[in-house]
Design a protein around this ligand. Structure first.
Ligand code: RB5
Length: 148
């Protein structure tokens, strides 16, 4: 069974619960490390928890959520090896998979999206990475943190 890691702060408890249920319906085993009640935690700590667990291996991808998805996605992207896409509609869900092939995706629990997060996740899962010229671009992107 493919595995997914999820973490969130207090701004995305309900959303993370929904995402977990949806991914389980899609046949994923979900390891949910986020807070499950609205108790205040710091999103960088939650990003670190999820990314460190992901980097141990065995996960297809990860999902990180906070109020806007912004703080936790920026935090995740500070961790070498993590490529986190902040998705906000079906278009970005599709294009990020086709072009960026992220290993993490992020959403905001307090955002009013025009598309449902479940639909965005489906679009992401059902889209293939295009490879080709995007492979080199991703490699360049992932090497940026080695620059001084
Ligand atoms: C927490 O109040 C909030 O700042 C956080 O969930 C997130 O939106 C940060 O980007």
């Amino acid at each position: 069974m493919p595995r997914v890691i999820i973490a969130n702060d207090h701004g995305a408890v309900e959303l993370s619960k929904r995402i977990k249920a949806h991914l389980e319906k899609r046949g994923y085993e979900v390891n949910w490390l986020g807070v499950k009640v609205e108790e205040r935690v710091d999103y960088p700590d939650m990003a670190k928890l999820a990314c460190n667990e992901f980097l141990k291996g065995g996960y297809e991808f990860g999902v990180v959520n906070c109020g806007t998805g912004i703080g936790i996605s920026i935090s995740a992207n500070k961790i070498p090896g993590i490529r986190c896409a902040l998705i906000h509609d079906l278009y970005t869900a599709e294009l990020t998979k086709r072009h960026n092939n992220p290993n993490f995706i992020a959403f905001g629990g307090r955002c009013n999206y025009q598309d449902s997060v479940e639909d965005m996740i489906d679009k992401f899962l059902d889209t293939e990475f295009e490879g080709g010229r995007h492979v080199e671009r991703i490699e360049k992107m992932m090497n940026l943190d080695k620059l001084v």
